[in-house]
Design a binder for this molecule. Structure first.
Ligand SMILES: [Zn+2]
Length: 83
């Protein structure tokens, strides 16, 4: 039986902005601040679902960089359209 990290203090996900952790949470899916489990694992389909802590960190970094680049492209597009 692996030992899971304790529940984190409340935080808002850096990507979706929702409050976490949820009331009830599967201990295998504990949120790692600042990104929630859902954004980390499902947000950008960056490979298979994983519960390994080091893989999760890698996915968090990838999800954050995808979120940033998406936001940046959207801003550039809007500026190009509206001046
Ligand atoms: Zn999130």
């Amino acid at each position: 039986m692996p030992i899971y990290p304790p529940r984190p203090d409340p935080f808002e996900c850096a990507i979706c902005g929702k409050a976490h952790p949820l009331q009830w949470q599967d201990p295998t899916q504990t949120d790692y601040p600042p990104v929630c489990w859902a954004c980390e694992q499902y947000g950008w389909r960056l490979g298979p679902i994983t519960r390994k802590p080091d893989m999760r960190l890698a996915k968090q970094i990838a999800a954050l960089s995808e979120a940033l680049s998406e936001e940046a492209s959207r801003k550039i597009y809007e500026e190009a359209r509206h001046g």
